[in-house]
Design a protein around this ligand. Sequence first.
Ligand code: AMP
Length: 197
Amino acid sequence: MRLVVLGAPGAGKGTQSARLMQKYGIPQLSTGDMLRAAAVAGTPVGRQVKEIVDSGSLVPDEVVLKIIAERISRPDAARGFILDGFPRTVNQAEELDALLRVKDMKLDAVIELKVDESALLGRIEKRATETAARGCAARADDNPKAFRTRLAAYRKMTAPVSAYYARQGLLKTVDGMAPIDAVATQIDRAAESFVRI
Ligand code: AMP
């Protein structure tokens, strides 16, 4: 099963993708996690993107496309994967289609988590507080200033990705305002219509 999980910052993509990973035994491929890990490790890519990621802007398409091309070619992704935070631009979506085409693969579905914009900042601040309470460093972009940049990037660059997948008949929209378990149930219901692992 090959899935994309779409949604604004704070919509719950990471939470739901992690649950899908457990349920279906396929990897959750989060470009945000990969970029943050590269930044922490101080790799050339990490050094290149750290400031961009921390500010809430989008990393150039060619950087994320290279990372994703390498990642989906690994053996653990052969049975499927959940893309979390990718694609974030229509160009990325087109390039992903091209990448999959040469592997004779295609996406099964795209789950979009719809959340009221007024709830997003509160969710992100809650995540930062909870992370700090666990004694871990909060994400550098989980603050009001970077959040505004992230939301602007989402509206301008990522929202059109939903229409791109709707045209392909792949888009399933889910109410992301519901409690986590209820969102999960909606996703499972949507998944039942296409699961073929
Ligand atoms: P996320 O963890 O998905 O919220 O992503 C955190 C940050 O990583 C984003 O605000 C971007 O700076 C960067 N990023 C993650 N995925 C992408 C992507 N597909 N395209 C461009 N930038 C990305």
